[in-house]
Design a protein around this ligand. Structure first.
Ligand code: FAD
Length: 513
């Protein structure tokens, strides 16, 4: 029998249930699709610029790993409801297999694909793979259909046993007859592309170039005049900057497990120190694309006998924050657009494109936030503590809609994830399920004093990791050519008061309704 294995967010060959089942059945041909949502809006959220770069790299590693195992990998772009049944039929596949995904729009699409396949007499099978505990395996005993608060979720989910990971899929040569069929289909099917590069994942215009920015400071007390535009030579292509920080792909992901102990020793305390390069695991993009399974990581951490239980448990708890985000995403549609607490739909946010651009460019004049935004721009990743502070500044001090920040992170994070990103943004903005109370406005100066007291992190990113200093960049760009500390674009104390007043206004408008 021949199986078509549809890879999505599971770009690995180890601990892969669908792939293991396909191999046990016989011959396997794999496919990855650069998906567009269908006319009914079904399908995953289109990838942002940084994740497009990541997946472009990761697919090449996956292709090589599959090749060693006698599994050809096909590429296509378009809507999966059309492509999967067509390609499966042309190949003469008996079954199409995939790992389940959990966002409502993606589930709807997968169901539509399964129906199309059934209509053509082709079987479909889905398997778990992305999570430790699938969202429906933990249900609260109360009337609510799902957990809205992390701690009870964590207590319940931790009780659900997790199976041990599966080994890497074995090699088996592809019969010539199947290889010929694959070549024929590749030549004839108009959706199929010859190689990764044809997917257009790095295309200019849709990629980093369209989000380059330049900034001129001057004009008034600390006001920033920002123009968004292409072609600013000070910012090299993301492909060049981000690429220096990462080695995408399932091979490097599994090698990282060898160093997990070093990252997890001391984690309970070090995880909050943004200047500590070993403080956290940096596995988030790998989990995002399933280059390694959460289950494999859980087993690896459990086996770290020489690392203290407190550190291990603290790290596992973060892994379950990811589970919780998917639990919410499974149950609540449109999390990236709609606040979970509906009263926040009427929150009196500001409309201030210049403030937004200053935040995006790391030019707010608030050191910890600017350092974080530059780390993000240059590496595609930002430390969790700084993500919280940067998001708080945007949504509370600058009073800008959280959706704008969420979208920027979606475009610039290599770990941008349909669950973690909106859920975390809603949490910081105060409109999420288990949100921090609105009056909890992070004070970036106090956060800096507490978590970066020696200025290691701020210096690293404000002075740049590419040799050019932020000062020079500022000086070259300002109207009068002067360099110097940037005046904050917002007064932290006053803006905090304004945020609390806006929150009160929202509540009174709501009670008047
Ligand atoms: P570690 O500390 O080593 O943790 C291990 C793993 O646990 C992570 O790789 C991640 O998968 C998970 N994890 C850790 N912290 C969290 C958390 N707070 N919420 C959910 N999962 C967590 N994470 C993403 O993976 N994708 C996103 O798009 C994303 N957007 C965020 C936006 C904001 C505003 C904030 C405040 C947080 C966001 N996070 C996101 C969560 C968190 O910042 C990152 O997961 C973490 O910084 C990744 O670094 P790490 O792999 O070294 O984490």
């Amino acid at each position: 029998p021949l199986t078509l294995l549809w890879f999505r967010d599971d770009l690995r060959v180890t601990d892969h249930e669908a792939l293991t089942a396909a191999r046990d059945d016989g011959d396997v041909v794999a496919i990855w699709i650069r998906e567009e949502r269908d006319t009914e809006g079904r399908g995953p959220r289109p990838l942002g610029a940084a994740t497009r770069w990541w997946v472009h790299e990761s697919l090449q590693v996956l292709g090589a790993e599959l090749d060693k195992r006698g599994i050809p990998l096909l590429f296509a772009a378009g809507t999966a409801t059309q492509i999967i049944p067509e390609v499966a039929a042309e190949l003469g596949a008996d079954t199409v297999r995939w790992s389940r995904r959990y966002a409502p729009a993606s589930r709807a699409l997968d169901e539509a694909v399964a129906r199309e396949l059934e209509a053509r007499g082709i079987a479909s099978e889905d398997s778990p793979g992305a999570l430790l505990v699938e969202p429906w395996k933990v249900e609260p005993s109360s009337a609510s259909a799902y957990y809205k608060v992390f701690t009870p979720f964590w207590n319940a989910a931790r009780q659900v046993s997790v199976d041990l990971p599966l080994p890497a899929v074995k090699a088996q040569s592809l019969p010539q007859e199947v290889a010929d069929r694959v070549d024929r289909v590749r030549g004839a099917n108009t959706h199929l592309l010859a190689e990764v590069d044809d997917l257009g994942l790095l295309e200019a215009g849709t990629g980093p170039a369209s989000t380059r920015f330049s900034l001129r400071s001057g004009e008034g007390a600390g006001a920033a005049k920002i123009s968004l535009g292409e072609g600013d030579p000070r910012f090299p292509w993301w492909e060049d900057t981000i690429a220096r920080h990462w080695t995408p792909g399932c091979v490097a992901a599994h090698e990282a497990v060898d160093h997990l102990g070093e990252r997890i020793a001391g984690y309970a305390e070090d995880r909050d120190i943004p200047g500590d390069p070993e403080g956290t695991s940096a596995l988030s993009p790998r989990l995002r694309f399933g280059e390694i399974s959460a289950r494999k990581l859980l087993a690896a951490v459990d086996a770290l006998g020489d690392v203290g239980a407190v550190d291990r448990e603290a790290w596992i708890r973060q892994l379950y924050w990811r589970e919780f985000a998917w639990h919410l995403t499974y149950h609540v549609p449109d999390l990236d657009r709609r606040p979970m607490r509906p009263e926040f739909a009427g929150f009196p946010y500001e409309d201030d494109p210049e403030a937004l651009a200053a935040w995006q460019a790391g030019r707010t004049g608030i050191a910890l936030v600017d350092a974080g935004m530059r780390q993000l721009w240059r590496t595609g990743w930002m430390h969790n503590r700084v993500r919280m502070v940067a998001a708080s500044l945007l949504t509370k001090n600058l009073l800008l809609p959280w959706q704008l920040g969420e979208q920027w992170f979606w475009d610039t994070l290599v770990d941008a994830d349909e669950a973690n990103n909106p859920v975390s943004w809603q949490w910081v903005a105060g409109c999420g399920a288990d949100a921090s109370p609105f009056f909890r406005v992070f004070n970036p100066e106090r956060q800096r004093a507490r978590f970066d007291p020696d200025g290691v992190y701020v210096r690293q990113w404000l002075e740049g990791d590419t040799g050019e200093s932020a000062r020079e960049v500022d000086a070259g760009d300002s109207d009068d050519g002067s360099a110097g500390e940037q005046v904050p674009i917002v007064d932290l104390g006053e803006s905090r008061q304004a945020a609390l007043a806006a929150f009160d206004a929202m509540k009174s408008a709501q009670s008047a309704d």
